[in-house]
Design a binder for this molecule. Sequence first.
Ligand SMILES: Nc1ncnc2c1ncn2[C@@H]1O[C@H](COP(=O)(O)OP(=O)(O)O)[C@@H](O)[C@H]1O
Ligand SMILES: [Mg+2]
Length: 268
Amino acid sequence: MNLLKQSLTRLPSSLLNAISKKQIERERYKAINDLKTSRENLRALSAHLQSVREEERTRIAREIHDELGQMLTALKMDVLWLHGKISALANKPVKQFDETIKSMTFLIDSTINSVRRIATDLRPGVLDDLGLVPAIEWQSQEFEKRTGILTKFSSSVREANIERERSTAIFRILQEALTNVVRHSKASKLYIRFEMTNTQLILTVEDNGRGIRSEEINSPRSLGLLGMGERAELQGGSIDITGQPNEGTSITVSLPRTKGEEQKQRHD
Ligand SMILES: Nc1ncnc2c1ncn2[C@@H]1O[C@H](COP(=O)(O)OP(=O)(O)O)[C@@H](O)[C@H]1O
Ligand SMILES: [Mg+2]
């Protein structure tokens, strides 16, 4: 050991330099690799979390809609049956009961509506039943109804068979973009367009509001925008955001088209 140390100290400094350079180079290479692996792990984790969350939302939406919906409908029928029975027994309508029954059925009806709304907010059935294009159209109409912002939707296709995960990604990006329009844009008009080209699926959401600024686009605190980009990238696509002061904001999502995806009929 000592012998080695002694001979090491006697090594010419140029050689020592070369050894330490090599070591630094090796460490740098390792650090880069570690960073790459950890980025890949994060991306995989985020993909996993997103798909777990989506599955859970789908399951809860279905359970709420089917089970609670059925129970409430049964409850309403029972209440109406009781009402009929009571009136028959009394041989005439009983005013006291009439009013209570009326408010009970009203309460049940509004609960049924809330249940439907909650289930739809979790995951709209139209996305699974009719597909992405009708779901975007439905969401556009809902958005206009809820916000009063004039919303126009157009599509180059009426229907398209797009994989569930990809439809979900585009749909969730749309929802996030719409939330931003209500929260931040001060827009009065919105234009949503879906296009299926030979190579890509493209969704554009354009508002006529204040216009997003480049600091906002690039800020690490813009977690919503970051999430949109992440969703697109997980599907091999990308997102493009631009803003013009006082003219509006435009968000474009493009995903490369996969083999099985075919357009079904042209729109108008
Ligand atoms: N349509 C829009 N018009 C104007 N500004 C926008 C629009 N969308 C996003 N922004 C700006 O970009 C920021 C980042 O958006 P986002 O990441 O979704 O975060 P959050 O909505 O939680 O604030 C917003 O805080 C807002 O300032
Ligand atoms: Mg947001």
